[in-house]
Write a protein that binds this ligand. Structure first.
Ligand code: ADP
Ligand code: ZN
Length: 732
């Protein structure tokens, strides 16, 4: 399919056949007849599909062979920029790699239908040259006074300026007191200034920045910026963006959690004078539309976004940066399962531009590519301005347990006391939302469980709710046990951050406390406000989930306490140790980032676990080497290939029967192993029963070809779904 888009400007003449890709999970291209006007590759076109009209993209020439009686004609071409060639190649590549239908991938690249509508001419209004004699109300007088003073404005804006409703302005236009005039659309994003004075880089930072600048005009390359937390990776990659700006090209920065990026945006503004274009799920429809168009026009020079920003239609992408490249937030599990870091590298290759990966704890995948010589590595071994890395200590919960009913060991409590007494800030980290992960009846042992999932209901005491973290199902906490009828018999088991906050409020009543989790801060604005309060030292103690780990810089924060360092270690996840090490390093990296040195305490029942030892010794590299060896021995990624198939349906029996059919058709190949079917750990999710296959292949065998054949050979009964995940990260 790639060859079909080789010539971007290729036209398809009137009345011949075009292959159109529709943003629907259908197989392949559909042939349509071209009308009286030619179309070109990448054009957005409206075509009939059954009784509907659908917007699709011209992807190539038609293949023919369709019954002429059934062949439909393209209704019309949309008057907007075509989908660029690089974007089309990217869609094909992602579809091929993830084994998703190309249309399902195209849908991600067409996420803003309104951006394809023609630009409306805007009409402004101003005071008429001669105002006719009309009845003047107070509201009308205010509008005319405002119009006399201000430049021409959109009617809605003029109404707002005058403090009146839109009908007043409309009435004045009709009466001829205001006249209308065409207006240019508002300017798109301001262009960041590469020469705006930024911070003075240290010699080590300068060296890395120079290397990045040098690679800017040399086409595709991948560079890992491997720097400890607080070493200034952001300031350094800003220099690569400056170089792209100077060359007039676009840059894309991928962040794992864009909605929480207020501090990042502030720093960008400090370096470049203006804000970049942001791309995330919280944007208004109008903002999404304007951003999409500005990206397509090439006028949005720097885009900072979540993983979906990869699918925007860049006119001239000259640089991609993946910050915190190890972060599992880059992996999308639903729908088209893809890893944004890996796809960013592919996008860079297709567009012929450099890709920069930044992390303090690079993934094993990236390290392997460095060792193989495919990626370059630049190192920043020290924190900026002489700040030292925090000392990491392990609290052995077997020796220093918290008192009954509490969760903080005396060692950690004392450290918090000392920190607060010194007028500094402390942060307690627990990667679990809510009050308690499990609620059970003291009389009969009944556990409150989600009716739709293999999961317990998590108590959220603030909200007065019991919530399933997998499907969102909620109930009010029951007053009597649904099993034995006992009243007030429920006991909360284990802590979530609400419970830690309760303990902290009890122990340190004077401390100003804040909680931060995805469900306690609603939206980017609230998050930005909270982050500002912590940075300004309006908060003494911060209790949070993994969102507090992400990149923040709090100068007065000197103590980080990890309430349950073992939390991520079990659960059969291939990357459990690696991920725990990364997450805890990142949390630890929040401590002592400015003048005052920081310390970190990890509460654990496994002080001898390799992860705890590596963290305590600050010995990332030998930990990663051991991990690498274990994966290599097991033939697991990144040394072997892995894919997961989750088969699900509303009835367990039917799912099992279908799995048995699948196994009969399964490929049998030297170097390829099929494990399963087995019930997935979440064997029931949203009312669907789930069985899982793992397909493991040697690198030289490859799994795409046999997997594709297998999937094509099975006939999926209605109600049953197969979810394909190449390079799975989640194993639930
Ligand atoms: P990292 O991303 O490696 O954790 P950051 O880029 O966040 O590090 O830098 C840590 C802090 O040090 C930030 O507040 C940043 O503004 C500051 N900083 C880094 N380099 C410099 C520099 N050369 N001059 C001034 N401040 C710097
Ligand atoms: Zn549920």
């Amino acid at each position: 399919m790639l060859s079909a888009v080789a010539n971007p400007a290729r036209q398809i003449s009137p009345h011949s056949l075009a292959g159109v890709l529709l943003p629907l999970p259908l197989a392949g291209l559909y042939d349509y007849r071209v009308g009286d006007q030619p179309v070109a590759m990448g054009d957005f076109v409206v075509v009939p599909l059954g009784k509907r009209e659908v917007v699709g993209v011209v992807w190539g020439e038609g293949r023919g062979g369709v019954d002429p009686a059934k062949l439909k004609t393209i209704h019309r071409r949309l008057d907007c920029r075509p989908l660029p060639e690089a974007s089309r190649k990217f869609v094909d590549w992602v579809a091929g790699y993830t084994l998703a239908p190309p249309g399902a991938v195209l849908r991600m690249a067409m996420s803003v239908p309104s951006a394809l509508e023609p630009l409306r001419d805007l009409v402004a209004c101003r005071l008429a040259a001669t105002v006719p004699a009309i009845k003047l109300t107070e509201a009308r007088r205010r509008v005319l006074a405002a119009a006399a003073e201000l430049p021409p404005l959109l009617p809605a804006d003029l109404a707002r300026e005058a403090g009146v409703g839109p009908a007043v302005v409309k009435g004045l236009i009709e009466a001829g007191a205001l006249e209308t005039t065409p207006m240019a659309p508002p300017p798109p994003f301001a262009i960041p200034d590469p020469d705006h004075p930024g911070p003075l880089l240290s010699p080590a930072q300068r060296q890395v920045a120079d290397h990045l600048r040098d690679s800017m005009d040399k086409g595709f390359s991948v560079v890992l910026v491997d720097g400890v937390t607080g070493s200034g990776k952001t300031e350094v990659y800003f220099e690569a963006i400056a170089a792209a700006l100077a060359a007039g090209r676009q840059s894309l920065v991928l962040l794992p959690e864009i909605a929480l990026s207020a501090q990042w945006l502030t720093r960008f503004r400090a370096r470049f004078g203006v804000e970049p274009a942001a791309w995330h799920s919280e944007l208004t429809d109008a903002k999404r539309r304007d951003t999409w168009r500005a990206v397509a026009a090439g006028s949005a020079k720097v885009v900072v976004g979540a993983r979906s920003a990869l699918f925007l239609p860049y006119a001239d992408l000259g640089l991609i940066i993946v910050d915190e490249e190890h972060d599992s937030g880059f992996k999308q599990e639903d729908g088209v399962a893809y890893h944004a870091r890996d796809m960013a590298v592919v996008r860079g290759q297709i567009g012929g531009c450099p890709v920069v990966l930044a992390s303090a704890t690079p993934s094993l995948e990236t390290m392997m590519n460095v060792q193989a010589g495919r990626y370059a590595r630049l190192h920043l071994p020290d924190r900026h301005a002489g700040a030292i890395l925090p000392a990491i200590g392990v609290v052995d919960l077997r020796k220093d347990p918290p008192p009954r009913g509490f969760w903080l060991s005396p060692v950690l409590v004392k450290a918090v006391e000392e920190t607060l007494a010194a007028g500094e800030q402390a942060m307690l980290f627990l990667n679990r939302r809510g009050y308690a992960p499990l609620t059970l009846c003291r009389k009969c042992g009944h556990r409150l469980q989600c009716p739709h999932c293999t999961a317990w209901l998590v108590e959220h005491r603030h909200a007065g709710r019991m919530v399933c973290h997998h499907c969102g199902h909620q109930i009010r906490p029951p007053t009597e046990c649904p099993e034995c009828g006992a009243e007030d018999s429920f006991a909360a088991c284990g802590p979530g951050i609400e419970r830690i906050a309760e303990e902290v409020a009890h122990r340190f009543p004077q401390a100003r406390l804040a909680m931060m989790a995805s469900d306690t801060v609603s939206g980017p604005q609230a998050a930005a406000e909270l982050v500002r309060r912590v940075a300004d030292h309006d908060v003494d103690l911060l209790v949070g989930t993994q969102i507090v780990a992400k990149g923040y810089h709090f100068p007065m924060l000197t103590l980080v306490g990890v309430v349950d360092a073992d939390l991520g270690l079990d659960g059969g996840d291939l990357r459990a140790a690696e991920r725990t090490h990364q997450l805890l390093s990142q949390v630890a990296g929040r401590a002592g980032r400015a003048e005052r040195p920081g310390r970190v305490l990890l509460q654990t029942f496994q002080p001898d676990h390799p992860v705890m030892r590596a963290l305590a010794r600050g010995d990332r590299d030998s930990f990663m080497a051991t991990e690498a060896q274990a994966r290599r021995d097991a033939g697991m990624p990144p040394y072997g290939r892995l894919a997961a198939l989750v088969v699900s349906g509303p009835e367990a029996g039917a799912v099992d029967e279908f799995c048995r059919k699948m196994i009969r058709l399964a490929p049998s190949l030297e170097g390829l192993q099929i494990i399963g079917p087995a019930p997935a750990p979440l064997s029931l999710l949203r009312g669907r029963h789930r069985r899982r296959f793992l397909i493991k292949a040697r690198r030289d065998v490859g799994l795409h070809q046999p997997l594709r054949k297998w999937l094509e050979s099975v006939v999926v009964p209605s109600g049953i779904r197969i979810q394909v995940d190449v390079d799975p990260y989640g194993f639930l």
